[in-house]
Design a protein around this ligand. Structure first.
Ligand SMILES: *Cc1c(COP(=O)(O)O)cnc(C)c1O
Length: 355
């Protein structure tokens, strides 16, 4: 088989999706299945839709186009705030978007109106994480303007947590969002289809919350794909953390010193490299590098240790493991490594356990 490749176990992802749609569903929360970590992979979008998810979320227009060209039909939700320069595509390829700027929403309204379309707007509220969102005290001003725009429908409020600021979703900020949603509904006499929260870290709150208030939508990617493997250090119980496997091939395996010899300048990336002296080691080179994957996000399944990586090579100490040229080595991936491998054109995608 060709290497490097990423093996995607569809039955493990299906298990994760069914498990979370059931748990969230039991609390009245629908899931937006996020595909941005897998480059809008149509097979995974399809799996989501066949396992209880109704809406697909992604951050890139190119990914929505890819899914639509593959025949995926679902409401598409744009996660990253739309750029003013891409509004034609936003209206063409998506149905719903997260927003915080009136200037952008006005442009969406203008383009949608001229296409006789109505685009759904979810207004993002800042709850403390300090990525996208309108400060609660400024929200009323924005709502007042948005409800007057003809090409858009104010369909919900949303919030994003545990992203830039690392702020945890808790009763305080979640109740605040519910209360704001209630007051907007009361004041403007409308029903908000979505009170939407993300990202995967929301699991910790949803799982333990006695009352989720008006929260009825969660945008999840990592927890569906990788079982929330970094959540609270242990991940979500009962979910697979290893649905993705990066496979690389040994292209050199030799006994060598553990410390470079000769005069030290800088490495290929402009850094002065440091190596611990372990004496002679079995040093292996794998045919995978920074153009393929984020090597800091790889965990070998064998007891070997990654030492360094260049654009095209990964160097490891094979320790006691007998790895000869041609051997395949498997790695667990974290979100960053999965994202890079799924995006790199050099990494073969292999689907396993397809139903
Ligand atoms: C990426 C993203 C999500 C999903 O995040 P995960 O950590 O993959 O669950 C949710 N909401 C927004 C706005 C995002 O950009």
């Amino acid at each position: 088989m060709r290497t490097p490749r990423i093996e995607i176990d569809l039955s493990k992802i299906t298990h994760n999706v069914r498990n979370l749609t059931q748990l969230f569903g039991s609390k009245g929360i629908g899931i937006v299945g996020v595909t941005k970590g897998v480059c809008g992979d149509p097979k995974i979008a399809n799996l989501y839709l066949n396992s209880g998810i109704k809406i697909i979320g992604d951050s890139r227009i190119a990914n929505f186009r890819r899914m639509q060209e593959a025949g995926i039909q679902a409401p598409f939700l744009l996660l990253r705030l739309p750029s003013l320069s891409e509004i034609e595509s936003v209206v063409k390829y998506t149905d719903i978007s997260l927003n915080s700027e009136v200037k952008v929403i006005s442009e969406i309204s203008r383009v949608a109106s001229s296409n006789n379309a109505k685009h759904k707007i979810i207004l993002m509220v800042e709850l403390g994480d300090l990525r996208e969102g309108i400060m609660p005290s400024d929200l009323d001003e924005v709502v007042k303007e948005v409800v007057e725009l003809p090409g858009v429908a104010l369909s919900g409020l949303g919030a994003n947590l545990a992203c830039i600021g690392g702020i945890k979703p808790d009763d305080r900020n979640m109740n605040q969002l519910s209360e704001i949603a209630q007051s907007i509904e009361d004041k403007y006499g409308l029903k908000l289809e979505f009170v939407s929260v993300g990202n995967s870290s929301i699991y910790l709150w949803v799982e333990s919350a006695a009352d989720v208030g008006k929260i009825n939508n969660a945008r999840l990617g990592e927890s569906l794909l990788l079982g929330g493997k970094d959540l609270d250090g242990i991940g979500i119980p009962g979910l697979y953390k290893d649905a993705f496997t990066l496979v690389a091939e040994v292209i050199e395996s030799r006994e060598k010193p553990s410390v470079p010899f000769g005069e030290v300048v800088v490495d290929a990336f402009g850094d002065i490299p440091k190596f611990e002296d372990r004496g002679q080691i079995r040093r292996i080179i794998l045919g995978v590098g920074r153009q393929d994957v984020l090597f800091s996000g790889l965990t070998p399944r064998l007891n070997i240790e990654i030492l360094a990586a260049s654009s095209d090579h990964l160097i490891a100490d094979a320790k006691e493991v007998d790895l000869k040229v041609g051997a395949e080595v498997e790695f667990d991936v974290d979100y960053g490594a999965m994202l890079a491998a799924m995006t790199s054109p050099y990494v073969v995608k292999k689907y396993i356990n397809e139903e």
